[in-house]
Design a protein around this ligand. Structure first.
Ligand code: IMP
Length: 176
């Protein structure tokens, strides 16, 4: 029998429950205000679309793409913007929506870059956090799940552009 190269870590329902909790928390904190969600392409697309439909506050959404691991699973440490936001964020309440914080290099860079554009406020929500691999100090304002040091795919996260469509989050066994 062929062995699967992945193992389920977080199922669809567990993710949906946690996304609803995060949305409730964020809606309460931003009550009476409008938020601009900055979705980090491509991995955070699924999370951002589920999260925004659960938010009870007015939201706008924009997208930014930064260089990531390319075809490897280890961080290069080099971050650059591949696609910038469509409009100015000056004076706006910004919530960066990310799929996973690993070394922290991407969000450390993005946070500093967006702060230099003078938003009214800036916070970060990440679905997943892998604190074991941090290279720079970074703590997200909202986090769905802390996970152990494994490479994960699904629910928007990829390996070489594959697996993004899986509804759950799976640990990928890279040795197969
Ligand atoms: P960081 O800069 O090391 O924190 O990495 C952030 C980015 O690396 C994420 O937005 C993902 O695109 C990618 N990444 C980190 N860990 C994983 C993983 O386990 N699976 C898929 N992508 C990952």
């Amino acid at each position: 029998m062929k062995k699967s190269n992945r193992k389920l870590l977080l199922g669809e329902e567990e993710i949906a429950c946690r996304v609803a909790e995060l949305a409730a928390e964020i809606s309460a904190e931003y009550e009476g205000r409008k938020v601009l969600l900055v979705c980090v392409l491509k991995g955070a697309v699924v999370f951002a679309s589920d999260l925004m439909r659960r938010l009870k506050i007015p939201v706008e959404i924009d997208f930014i793409a930064v260089s990531s691991y390319g075809s490897d699973t280890a961080s290069s440490g080099v971050v650059r913007i591949l696609k910038d936001l469509d409009s100015s964020i000056q004076g706006k309440e910004i919530l960066i929506v990310e799929d996973i914080v690993d070394t922290g290099l991407t969000l450390d860079y993005l946070r500093k870059n967006l702060l230099s554009r003078k938003p009214k406020s800036l916070k970060v929500v990440t679905l997943l956090d892998k604190p074991a691999r941090r290279q720079v100090e970074f703590t997200p304002d909202y986090c769905g799940f802390e996970i152990p040091d494994h490479f994960v795919v699904g629910y928007g996260l990829d390996f070489n552009e594959d697996y993004r469509q899986l509804p759950g989050i799976h640990i990928l066994n890279l040795e197969f």
